[in-house]
Design a protein around this ligand. Structure first.
Ligand code: AMP
Ligand code: GLY
Length: 417
């Protein structure tokens, strides 16, 4: 099978790494990719948001499957363009990707499907904003309706900050604050059959102890030893299957990866958000634990034949990933700094610890930073404590001027807290 992966972050590196290890995959391409993905896939330049260009590339390569990684191309209809060229696509249509592209649309689908989520108002005018903020009180949760790369959400005790964020957006969703731990659960679906993956936890805040601003994600781990073993079944029944059924009922079936971001509140499980693609950095740890070869699962989802897929098989290992971000991330990250120590990790820590590239590019013989999140250092071990130790040992070998990372990824869970 020839597979083309669209995107160029750590999630795509994790996908390409798994696909490169799959004996069914005879050729693997990634467009546009990054310096790390170049080691496992052949890179092609492309504007990932240009459906016609991606479809033409897929045809030229004779791809049997196109996997669209990030949300922006999905929302822009890149999946539709490739499907129209007759090539199977893992990833939803633009219509179905609105589940991520519009918070208001997602709320509407959840209401229709009876999926538990935070109570919310969609606001456009300053009067509506003030009324909604007043109705819920602090802490305030204010979400830009559109795509914002994980940075459109402000959670704050400060009314003035909440108000300023709301007024800076055209349309906002203001909602009830949800307490309790967060869990990310992914499911692969063909629009009918839903196959859940293993739950993971992401660390969204920039700094240790969950301080600082929201980011795209600073680290993740899986499994969640503290979670109720029935969690996956419960979320399947309450959230994933009803959402997939509702989108099919509307005539816009969702196929691809349905990501449920959940809060386990004292009053039960609630959806915080949906995404229409693999999460980053959770994918890095979930795929590290998946034993089943990936390509046929993704192809069956793309072809509507997921019911034929045997149950997924998982390693008993635990996995931890730690994101190394640029100086000044998430504000205005500095890029172009040389990265050193990658060869040492490969030589000293492999194969249980490895570096997935997020924002990197090659400049002559050097690999330099090219984005806010630069690397996702991933390790597996017999338990979280061991996986954590291996991941941080590898992190310590990486040298990137001004870089930052959290030191407490999976720390509480590893200690049984
Ligand atoms: P989202 O992009 O919707 O996932 O929001 C980003 C982060 O903001 C989430 O991972 C939560 O940490 C936080 N957040 C979003 N919605 C809520 C909520 N209703 N209550 C508490 N925290 C929230
Ligand atoms: N880990 C959060 C996201 O992928 O949106």
């Amino acid at each position: 099978m020839k597979v083309l992966v669209i995107g160029g972050g750590a999630r795509e590196h994790a996908l390409c790494r798994s696909l490169s290890l799959d004996p069914d995959v005879s050729a693997l391409y990634c467009a546009p990719g990054n310096a790390g993905i170049a080691e496992v896939a052949e890179l092609r330049p492309v504007d990932a948001l240009d459906g016609a260009a991606v479809a033409a590339l897929a045809v030229e390569l004779g791809a049997d499957l196109v996997v669209v990684g990030p949300e922006a191309p999905l929302v822009a209809g890149v999946g539709d363009a490739v499907r129209a060229a007759g090539i199977p696509v893992f990833g939803p249509s633009a219509e179905a990707a609105r589940l991520e592209g519009s918070k208001a649309f997602a709320k509407d689908v959840m209401a229709a499907a009876g999926v538990p989520t935070a109570r919310s108002y969609v606001c456009v005018t300053p009067e509506e904003v003030d009324e909604a903020l007043d109705a819920f009180g602090a802490p305030y949760v204010v979400k830009d309706d559109g795509l914002a790369a994980g940075k459109g959400v402000v959670v704050t005790e400060d009314l003035a900050v909440a108000r300023a964020h709301a007024l800076a957006c055209d349309r906002v969703v203001i909602e009830e604050y949800l307490d309790g731990p967060e869990v990310s659960l992914f499911a692969i679906t063909d629009g009918v059959t839903v196959v859940p993956l293993q739950p993971a936890q992401d660390f969204k805040r920039a700094l240790d102890g969950d301080a600082g601003p929201n980011t795209g994600g600073m680290g993740a781990y899986s499994p969640l030893p503290w979670a109720d073993p029935k969690l996956v079944d419960e979320v399947m029944e309450l959230v994933l299957q009803p959402t997939v059924d509702e989108l099919r009922r509307r005539g816009t079936p969702f196929s691809g990866l349905l990501y449920a971001g959940l809060a386990l509140t004292s009053r039960g499980t609630r959806v915080i958000e949906f995404n229409a693609r693999f999460g980053d950095p959770e994918t890095q740890v979930v795929l590290a634990r998946l034993r089943t070869p990936l390509a046929s699962v993704l192809l069956n989802a793309a072809n509507g034949t997921l019911a034929d897929e045997p149950p997924l098989s998982w390693r008993d290992d635990a996995a931890v990933t730690v994101v190394i971000a640029s100086h000044n991330y998430p504000d205005t990250p500095r890029t172009g700094d040389p990265i050193e120590g990658l060869a040492e990790v490969a030589a000293e820590d492999g194969p249980d610890a490895y570096v997935l590239h997020a924002g990197t590019r090659r400049e002559g013989d050097a690999i330099v930073s090219a984005g806010g999140r630069v690397l996702s250092v991933t390790a597996t071990g017999s338990d979280l404590a061991q996986a954590r130790e291996k991941a941080y040992k590898a992190v310590a070998r990486i040298r990137l001027d001004g870089s930052q990372h959290r030191t407490d990824i999976a720390a509480k869970a590893a200690e049984g807290r």
